[in-house]
Design a binder for this molecule. Sequence first.
Ligand code: UD1
Ligand code: UDP
Length: 382
Amino acid sequence: MNGTRIRVLSVFGTRPEAIKMCPLALELAARPVFESMVCVTGQHREMLDEVLSVFGVTSDWDLDIMEERQTLSGVTSKILTRLGDTLEQAKPDVVLVHGDTTTTFASALCAFYQKIPVGHVEAGLRTYDRYSPFPEELNRCMVGRLAEYHFAPTAQNRANLQREAVQGRIFVTGNTVIDAMKYTVNDRPFACDALNRVDFSRPVIAMTCHRRENYGQPMEHIFSAVAALAHAHPEITVVYPVHLSPVVQEAAQRNLGGAENILLTAPLDAMDMHKLMNRSLFVMTDSGGIQEEAPALGKPVLVLRRETERPEAVSAGTVALAGTERDVILHMAEELLCDRARYDAMAHAVNPYGDGHACERIADALAFGFGLRAAPPEEFSA
Ligand code: UD1
Ligand code: UDP
């Protein structure tokens, strides 16, 4: 520690980590007790830079590692090599990482190699299937072993960590994504012009699909279901901002590119994405973050995966697992479109993931951990 200030280095590299870490970086920077520093790995480039600009966060270090069609070992080894130098320069008292990406795991390992304590934001999510999501499930398990501070969004996440007997201290904080939505959800026009031309008085379905375990046949099945849905229901518009992964771009263009009522766009900035969800009838996605955001907006979600590490909104009835089989997805989407009672049963706003104060709790927990606060923060409870 530098006098009474705690040197905190937040390290993140992809779009979802940035959306969930920027509000925390801003909270830490606003408190005199912290010296807040940010290192981006650049695992994503355009999709990361867009988020930094939405939140007005600038990085102190940029490892700039992204390559087209990068591999998991390529990303891991570049971060291990380049972050080591940054840690030597920054000399943080604690390194914060987020979630379950390759940036998360490699950065936590790198900090551990220099015996710097790691704080894991969004700790304790589990499917207990090592290949789904892949490689995220084992990334977050391994970070659970490495970290000394575990910021669990929900009580269920804490219970998962307790079962694994992780070392260090667990704090239940809520998810910082709900804090992020205070910055992003508003009534202004879309920055993406194509969205300003969509007729939202008719049913609009927002969709995303990008996960590695869905590459290949599952993604083909998902896209086939969406194409059939759009064909059978000319009154709807499906809006799909396509992830920049060349694998996803190619499959999306080939399967969905020709349909009149399917709008494929470039990735949206976070404000546009949240506004799009807010104005849509429902959401179809394999994303993690969107499963947390849409319920807060009162929008039903069909999850295009076999399982989820976010069961809280499934229990609350606003999220349903649709899997990756064409006919099941089509049936469940048609139910939401055509069965009013089914729709109403799912379309209620719930906030099992946070109350918008997660960043304050994490900052308080860190201050407590370093002896600069007498008591831990009050826990988030839904
Ligand atoms: C990564 C995370 C995943 C997360 C997702 C969020 C891992 C293993 N996976 O997966 O957990 O859900 O981010 O979106 O960490 N690309 C660009 N520009 C960008 C971003 C990506 O061109 O701004 C392209 C590049 O060709 C890159 C490819 O997308 O090689 C894949 O990116 P990568 O980060 O490896 O995997 P994601 O599928 O994005
Ligand atoms: N998102 C965005 N623009 C898009 C698609 C998604 O800003 O075009 C946001 C989304 O609202 C959520 C986050 O990106 O906050 C989720 O990222 P992603 O689905 O890429 O990753 P995951 O959460 O599955 O790891």
